[in-house]
Design a protein around this ligand. Sequence first.
Ligand code: DON
Length: 299
Amino acid sequence: MIDYLHLLLESVGEDAGEVASYIPELANADPDRLAVAVATLDGEVYVAGDADTEFTIQSISKPFTYALAIADQGLDAVLERIDVEPSGDAFNEISLDPDTGRPRNPMINAGAIASHALVSGDDADARVERILDLYSRLAGRRLSIAEDVFESELSEADRNMALAYMLRTVKTLKGDPADVVRGYTRQCSVSVTVRDLARMASVLAAGGKTPDGDQVLDPAVNLQVLSVMATCGMYNSAGDWLTSVGIPAKSGVAGGLMGVLPGQVGIAVFSPRLDAHGNSTRGVRMFERMNHDLGLHLM
Ligand code: DON
């Protein structure tokens, strides 16, 4: 496996695209970093490249917070507030259904901010703490927040702030929108490596159970999360992704990309330059290559 992963990195070819710059701190990332990790359900993690380089989880946080919102509120209550339809729009589209006020799905920012707001907690800090606890259990180590990226994104968060205010008009969000955006931005600023993400993905692959036997997510919640990742995880390239790679996945603007092969493995890659959809250019290519070589596709 290790030999294959090294070959994969060597064969990934020329990079294209730009690192995300709308979050000023992300523009400082080394664009040439490249890493891959594969985690089995029994806890083995195989890596190649810059596997210990930390980057922020960004939108890869969204499926996990959605899981926590469902665990806290129940699926029906969450479905009343957040739809599960692919949007075909960009991740930061200001989109709420005109009739129901629901964001299209929990993977775009509107739905992710709604998920964050639906997590139980006495205040904004308590919500973030519960979210960080969940991510840490999934990763198998205590994770922390990259404060520099957090401050940087918060200073440019006007669009997410607008989304949060809109969510308050439909009563999905009841508290102070600024508090919710602050918490959501902290959630996106959790620092991870590909090892962490592969392990988190492997828990999703195992029906919500860690290699140590800790049932972190209820299997029904886990299934809901995987289903939404399959249809909406890659934003407006979700259709391309499902046809060319064929597994549930989630990308983040820092260059991480996580895929889940149910019942088998969790996979994560990292390469900071992004394509026009905000997905890692070489990350997508590595998954396409793995599908070609290993047959990941579920269909
Ligand atoms: O809310 C934002 O814009 C970022 N914190 C996360 C966006 C993101 O990762 C989009 N994914 N590719």
